[in-house]
Design a protein around this ligand. Structure first.
Ligand SMILES: [Zn+2]
Length: 177
């Protein structure tokens, strides 16, 4: 059972003097509204006792610093994962290539192909190393991680292209016999 307007006046912080007086008169005679007012005052007290906790000074800054650290760590992990992935793929492709060569060619041809591959590998490796070290000397000492990613992807693509070429050459060699 509600008693307008008194039940809404109970929740109103600022009442006019006349409204306040008539509310007090009503509360004196109405147990229901008195109960409502007591409940509201209890709730109000609880809200006043538990003020909003504002963040401690420096917390926001610390959080930002941690975020930056986390971002850098994330990038490092991504680079590591990428390198690991590339190396794994290269090893896998090499293994498959060796298997194909072993099963399609005679042992003598296989040995020759293997030696040729290793010779080519060492030649390419020396070329790649000198190219990379040339660019490393030309670059500033601190290289951003993003640049490392670009360099690594470029190098990986070159490696994959080289592996593809090797595969085509060895395949042609096998089929021409
Ligand atoms: Zn009432």
């Amino acid at each position: 059972m509600s008693h307008p307007p008194f039940d809404s006046w109970i929740y109103t912080e600022q009442l006019g003097p006349e409204q306040s007086k008539s509310l007090q008169d009503h509360l004196a005679s109405c147990a229901e509204c008195r109960q409502l007012q007591q409940s509201w005052q209890a709730v109000h007290k609880v809200f006043q006792m538990a003020p909003m906790q504002s963040p401690q000074i420096g917390f926001t800054n610390r959080w930002k610093e941690n975020l930056e650290e986390r971002r850098l760590l994330q990038e490092k992990l991504q680079v590591r994962r990428f390198i690991l992935f590339t190396v794994s793929i290269s090893v896998l492709i090499s293994f498959v290539l060796i298997l194909i060569t072993a099963f399609t060619a005679s042992p003598a041809n296989w040995l020759v192909a293997l030696i040729r591959n290793f010779t080519d590998l060492s030649i390419h490796w020396n070329q790649t190393q000198s190219t990379v070290s040339f660019y490393l000397r030309a670059l500033p000492p601190i290289i951003p991680i993003s640049l490392w990613i670009i360099l690594t992807s470029g190098f990986s693509l070159l490696t994959l292209a080289w592996i593809g070429t090797m595969w085509r050459i060895s395949k042609q060699g096998v089929y021409s016999k």
